[in-house]
Design a protein around this ligand. Structure first.
Ligand code: DAH
Length: 374
């Protein structure tokens, strides 16, 4: 069979042999149905030691003459076998895919779907966004600043001089290991959103109208109404001829927009280093409509925020960067409120910790949780 029959008849015999081998290869490859069978076929034909092509080359391609006469034919056979192998492998891939598709179709589409909980705006975010929308309606834009703040922005530029007793009211969490920094540059977790007033004024000259929502930190023990991390919304309005009446009108409008048009406001003298005069704002109790109840301690009023006319000393710090903040030419008011406190009142929440617990039973009350998605 695969023997060299001599130079004269090698041509016809070998021709027939090659034709036979090609036919066998085609027939063998046609029925390859698994990865194992394909590998077996590869070994049978291309195996380095015992493969049929190896045997052919050993039998017929020994001399240079033979190689010259039969090399091309041999290479064609080899290319054919390789092509057959590749085609078989591709067929296998396609079969696997269509098998998977078939299995997919056997899914029981009448079974109930996977239930996924839908998300919703967290009540704190929702309250902040409501406040932002109210002030946006009055032409305010939104400003933000860092939660890790310097002593300068959190205190000094807000007119809390070093050693001032008002600093003690802020229960500040300071970052450790800063002994070599000047007091002014020492880092702390901001205790209020007020430093963003100064950061804003340093960036843009008057007039400015800005609301500042954000997270603040205090070294407070947690109880029903206190949390060491909470949120504030700050406001700042500076222009020529801004008066205390503007402040009263703005906050009265904001409280009515937030709690309903029948809500009343009243202003009491207070103290903040960065405003002069300063005031605490009370709203008529939204639970008893001013009659007196447990929530308002029978007074009919609830204290909700702090405010005042921007202290000229604060403008003095801002003027170092933006000379337009000249207290002889401009004036302004500021206010600051706790978001949790407002959200607790609006949504009847009695424990501040519920906002941070991630308890779905609580959050479902704000639109999250139920419903099918995906
Ligand atoms: N920063 C004050 C605090 O956290 C709140 C505040 C009061 C902000 C009066 C103001 C303001 O802008 O005018 O206690």
């Amino acid at each position: 069979m695969m023997t060299n029959d001599g130079a004269n008849n090698v041509g016809t015999n070998v021709d027939q042999e090659f034709a036979r081998l090609e036919a066998e290869a085609r027939a063998g490859a046609a029925s390859l149905a698994s990865a194992e069978a394909i590998e077996e076929f590869r070994l049978e034909w291309l195996g380095r030691r015992q493969g049929r092509l190896k045997q052919v080359s050993e039998a017929w391609l020994k001399s240079a003459d033979e190689k010259r006469a039969l090399g091309q034919r041999f290479n064609a056979l080899k290319t054919l076998v390789e092509g057959l192998l590749e085609a078989a492998a591709t067929r296998g891939q396609e079969t696997r895919w269509s098998d998977e598709a078939l299995r997919g179709e056997r899914l029981d589409v009448t079974l109930p779907g996977t239930q996924r909980l839908t998300g919703a705006e967290h009540p704190i975010t929702r309250t902040m966004n409501e406040l932002i929308a109210i002030f946006a309606g009055l032409g305010y834009s939104v400003g933000v600043g860092p939660e890790v703040e310097t002593d300068y922005y959190n205190f000094e530029s807000m007119n809390f001089p070093p050693g001032h007793p008002a600093r003690d009211t802020q229960d500040t969490l300071v970052i450790a290991g800063q002994e070599r920094r000047s007091l002014r540059d020492r880092l702390l977790l901001r205790t209020h959103t007020s430093p963003v007033q100064m950061r804003t004024m340093e960036r843009v000259g008057p007039p400015v109208r800005i609301v500042i929502p954000g997270k603040v930190h205090r070294n407070d023990a947690a109880d029903a109404t206190h949390s060491p991390v909470f949120h504030q919304v700050e406001g700042l309005c500076v222009d020529a001829n801004i008066t205390f009446s503007d402040l009263k009108g703005t906050l009265d409008h904001a409280m009515k927009a937030l709690f309903g048009s029948s809500v009343k406001t009243r202003f009491f003298p207070s103290f903040f280093p960065f405003t002069e005069p300063s005031a605490d704002v009370q709203i008529s109790c939204i639970f008893c409509v001013g009659k007196g109840c447990r929530r308002c301690k029978q007074s009919g009023w609830i204290e909700l925020l702090g405010c005042g006319m921007v202290d000229p000393a604060v403008f003095g710090f801002a003027a170092e960067k933006q000379p337009g903040y000249d207290a002889r030419k401009i004036s302004g008011f500021a206010f600051g409120m706790g978001v949790e406190r407002i959200a607790m009142m609006k949504y009847g929440v009695s424990e501040i910790g519920q906002f941070y617990s991630g308890d779905m039973r609580f959050l479902e009350g704000f639109g999250g949780g139920s419903g099918l998605a995906g």
